[in-house]
Design a binder for this molecule. Sequence first.
Ligand code: AQP
Length: 341
Amino acid sequence: MFMEPTSTSNKRVFSGMQPSGVATIGNYLGAIRNWVAQQDQYDNLFCIVDLHAMGTLTDPDEMRENIHSLAATMFAAGLNPEIAPLFVQSDVPQHAELAWTLSNVTQFGELSRMTQFKDKSAGKDDAAINSAIFFYPVLMAADIILYDTDLVPVGDDQRQHVELTRDIATRFNTRYGDTFVIPKADIKEVGARIMSLQEPTKKMSKSDANANAYIALSDDPDVIKRKIKRAVTDSDARVSASPEKPAVTNLMQIYGILADLSLDQVEEHFSGKGYGPFKAELTDLLIESLAPIQAKLAEYKANPEEVARLLEIGRTRAAILAEAKMADVNRKTGVGGKLHR
Ligand code: AQP
């Protein structure tokens, strides 16, 4: 009955990122780096999900700037638009159209249980909670299944939303007949959850009001140095990983991914050295790792027409697929004035 992905080649990969700020090393290590690493293995589509960011970003100039800057960052980080088209969500209106259709097979209770909604609405009055935060997973489900996606490479924070997407797609297929491929989350063990540098029990986020909580991919060496210096550590001075030491464990994780070392190897490397030398080496490694991305980013930023041209190529590719899928969905649900069956 359900269209589980079967083929091992030409699997469709789809993933998105909000232009809600400048991409952080959390976004890079948890998502972009993996998209780039496996882009030649799959049939990819990547998306800047601007509609999702409207709740966070209300200044239109900032929205425009962030969209183009995030696109430039992704190209600079190695996304190849020839094999991994990148487009902007609102340029393909079928995302919003399908989200409405899917809201009819999504339960209020399911959306109420989403931890991201609970986190983002915690402690706020009802009047201060935008309904878009509540509806967000439905639009995300539409983003994914509009393209017959097999795999969704995301960080661990998005696991629950992909699970809900599977339930929504399955319910639609049951009601209207096989229409959507049921996608799977592709979450890597390493880098899936990079934590805030200021509150290590909270994930690193690009929209964090405290800029010291994250390293942005565009941060220059002085800023990186200052942010790592201010990063919180744990009570004793040992560079060792454990659940009781979330701050140092997080910094060790970042070091380990960039140096291609396991946590044990990082611990061994800094054995007897203390936090000072550890932070100094971590700073150097971050500066060195981000330098090539930043050099390319400067080139793309100097050529905004090229970024817009590449986004248009992505939009064209996405639009062909989206229009066909939405026409099929509308035919199956019976909406519209055409005499199709
Ligand atoms: N801290 C993180 N560690 C690992 N992966 C992360 N991702 C986000 N934060 C981390 C992954 O980045 C991708 C894009 O996420 P998004 O922009 O769509 O929304 P998000 O998950 O809410 O990311 P942010 O940075 O926290 O954005 P804001 O601040 O706007 O809420 C996803 O694959 C995500 O898993």
